[in-house]
Design a protein around this ligand. Structure first.
Ligand code: NAD
Length: 279
């Protein structure tokens, strides 16, 4: 069994991006990521802080909007409209979840698709479906990078994706299809998950159920990617995969923490650089 080191791979990506950003800066091409947080959910604050830190590391600017919990949708949409028009802004990110009463759909749809570095806008999702180059949701894009950079060949493999959320499972399945895998998508209504998972050459788990997937779901030699993040009863981080049970059977596996997690921010930075390159 080989561990897929998401920490090292995400660091390598950020270093490549840092070089690219300084090349662009020398040509006078620069811009900032706008990060909007509404309310002060502690987990969101940590994510926002890490995103700003990553911007600083690769050398792009970041402007942050920390708005009170009772911000109206009208006010938020007004800020997005201004940022859409501001040519110094290369990306707009609204940290989710939004407080109750604000429509995530309306807010995300208001972002100019050419600044949608999270890849959540229906225009960008549609482009992904028809195979056009676009901003892709960061976590599934990160999984593709993890696989490629750990030498896993995807073409012709049977990939099973467990989970069909709009931000992870669905784009994940589309990306694996784009890489010429044969893809099966499983979800909460799938009959006989075990039998299907056991057919996977590459098993990608994004179901939001701590340590759900054990050795009984694994074909010996499978590559196992664990997208889940949870705290277990001892307050330790764990994934959707029961690592100790699965690792002995897998050929390669991502740990939690240090697997998929660090890739999300690296791919957000990659999307920001992609936006810069389009200038
Ligand atoms: P979600 O709750 O929106 O979706 C979960 C999916 O799993 C659903 O489509 C559901 O049908 C499926 N599912 C649930 N129970 C199932 C079962 N018993 N059998 C088969 N399928 C089942 O979650 P999400 O936003 O896609 O996130 C999934 C996990 O990934 C969560 O643990 C989340 O914290 C984590 N996550 C991590 C990152 C990261 O940066 N590493 C980013 C996003 C999400």
């Amino acid at each position: 069994m080989e561990l897929i080191d998401g920490k090292a791979i995400s660091q390598a990506i950020k270093d490549e991006l840092k070089d690219k950003v300084s090349e662009l800066k020398a040509k006078g091409i620069e811009g900032s990521l706008a990060v909007i947080q509404v309310g002060n959910d502690p987990a969101s604050s940590v994510y926002v802080k890490n995103k700003k830190k990553a911007c600083e590391y690769i050398g792009i600017g970041s402007v942050s909007y920390e708005l009170p919990e009772d911000t109206t949708e009208e006010k938020l949409l007004g800020i997005i409209k201004e940022l859409n028009a501001d040519t110094s802004v290369i990306g707009i990110l609204v940290q989710l979840p939004l407080p109750a009463g604000l429509s995530e759909d309306r807010v995300l749809n208001a972002i100019d698709p050419s600044k949608d570095v999270d890849g959540f806008h229906p225009v960008n999702v549609g482009k992904l479906v028809i195979g056009e180059d676009t901003f892709v949701s960061c976590t599934p894009a990160g999984v593709i990078e993890l696989l490629k950079r750990s030498g896993v060949s995807i073409q012709g493999k049977h990939a099973v994706v467990i989970g069909r959320s709009n931000i992870v499972g669905k784009p994940m399945a589309l990306l694996m299809l784009r890489e010429n895998a044969t893809v099966t998508v499983c979800h909460s209504k799938t009959a006989d998950l075990k039998a299907i998972a056991k057919e996977a050459d590459i098993l990608i788990v994004a179901m939001g159920k701590p340590k759900f997937i054990d050795a009984d779901y694994i074909k010996p030699g499978a590559v196992v990617i664990d997208v889940g993040i949870h705290r277990d009863s001892e307050n330790k981080l764990c994934g959707d995969v029961d690592f100790d049970s699965v690792a002995p059977l897998a050929s390669k596996i991502t740990p939690v923490p240090g697997g998929v997690g660090p890739m999300t921010i690296a791919m957000l930075m990659a999307n920001c650089v992609k936006s810069l390159l389009k200038r």
